[in-house]
Design a protein around this ligand. Structure first.
Ligand code: FAD
Length: 358
């Protein structure tokens, strides 16, 4: 079945709770419904959303928003050591994680609690606590809008990288609609406990059941990230910047207080910080160093800062929240601008948003 609504409010369809609307909203229940749609006859442009948990609507959307209600689980193969499970794109991703863990299948437990739906998970290559969806994804079944036919892509054809995939870039962006995802789940215990707090939780005894890991992950997430049902946000707002060694060294100088960075200013909260080790960083390649954006934002004194109805989340400065529930896109955009400008001024680093602006 296809349901169409004109001038539809998207307030309940994005986790930032932006009170905007679209000219046309279409929700469909099956692959056949999707293939039947004559998208050319609908208000343009056309976009597809899931739960709207990685989106910032910057105003009313003039075109058509599609949403999948394709919801099913189908065991495609049940072997001695693993199960291949096909899941409809409209299934809530965390419901899939719960299903897998409850059925004693390993692979999805570290991804528990990530908002959104299965279709978008394959687009975003979601990840958390040492796991990424690409680790368990073997195939993505899509509808190719250009050729108007179903295509099945192997995981390796999807161009997965850190929170990235070929679906997010031309020529695939906007052309492929994910209809279902095939996951490979393990029947033999395969806990991934590299992430510090998980390692500590299971230091004395390794988990015997994926539900134990799922519960630990949900507990850790609860303490750090806002629940979209309570406080609007789109999760991590910025990407962690990857910089050159020279830029990293400049940050170290700034923290030391030498102010060596071009255009650098004294840091509001960095006083008294010790030497280079105070700058958290990860080597991610030759002359490529990743610095946590949350740390940069906090060093600029912005943790908890409120502007209009938007705020930097007190417990995790990488998250911008709709502080009152009535924030407008302008509030979020103004705070985003302030954060980008401050980090540039303090450290000479340009933050870029992870959240997709529509
Ligand atoms: C509190 C909070 C915590 C979060 N934590 C994490 C985390 O730990 N790790 C992480 O990786 N992310 C995290 N996120 C971000 C977000 O949950 C993911 O990016 C998620 O995959 C978005 O899913 P969605 O269904 O809401 O997609 P949307 O935000 O609606 O869409 C995301 C993208 O997918 C496209 N899309 C959606 N459905 C389809 C489809 N069927 N076919 C083709 N394209 C489609 C959209 O066009 C858009 O480009 C968090 C978000 C919040 C609010």
């Amino acid at each position: 079945m296809i349901r169409r609504r004109d001038n539809f409010s998207l307030a309940g369809r994005n986790t930032f709770r932006m009170d905007v609307s679209c000219a046309c909203w279409i929700e469909y229940d099956s692959p056949e419904d999707l293939m039947e749609l004559d998208l050319g006859s609908l208000p343009q442009p056309v976009m597809h959303i899931g739960a709207g948990s990685n989106l910032l609507f910057t105003g009313d959307f003039p075109g058509t928003v599609l949403h999948s209600n394709i919801k099913y689980y189908q065991v495609v193969a049940d072997a001695e050591e693993e199960v291949l499970l096909e899941v409809g794109a409209g299934v809530v991703f965390d419901d899939f994680c719960a299903w897998a863990s409850d059925n004693e299948l390993w692979g999805a437990e570290n991804l528990s609690g990530i908002p959104g739906e299965v279709g978008a998970a394959a687009v975003q290559n979601i990840g958390a606590y040492g796991a990424e969806v690409k680790d368990i994804l073997t195939q993505v079944k899509c509808f190719d809008l250009e050729r108007r036919r179903i295509e099945t892509l192997a995981g390796v054809q999807c161009g997965y990288g850190y929170r990235d995939s070929a679906f997010k870039h031309a020529p695939m962006k906007g052309r492929y609609i994910v209809m279902s995802v095939l996951f490979r789940l393990s029947k033999t215990p395969a806990p991934r406990l590299d992430y510090g707090p998980l390692k500590m939780t299971f230091a004395d005894q390794a988990p015997a059941h994926p539900v134990q890991v799922r519960q630990a992950v949900l507990r850790i997430r609860d303490g750090k990230l806002p629940d979209p049902a309570v406080l609007g946000s789109a999760g991590s707002f910025f990407k962690n910047p990857v910089v050159s060694t020279a830029t990293y060294e400049r940050v170290v100088d700034v923290v030391r207080g030498s102010g060596a960075g071009e255009g650098s200013v004294p840091l509001p909260t960095a006083s008294g910080l010790p030497g280079p080790n105070a700058v958290p960083h990860y080597n991610v390649g030759e002359n490529q160093i990743k610095i946590p954006a949350a740390w940069l934002i906090e060093q600029c004194g912005l943790k908890g800062v409120r502007m209009g109805e938007a705020a930097v989340y007190e417990r995790q400065p990488l998250v911008i929240v709709n502080a009152t529930g009535t924030a407008r896109p302008e509030d979020i955009l103004a705070l985003e601008r302030k954060i980008i400008d401050s980090v540039r001024q303090c450290f000479g680093i340009e933050l870029s948003p992870e959240v997709e602006h529509i």
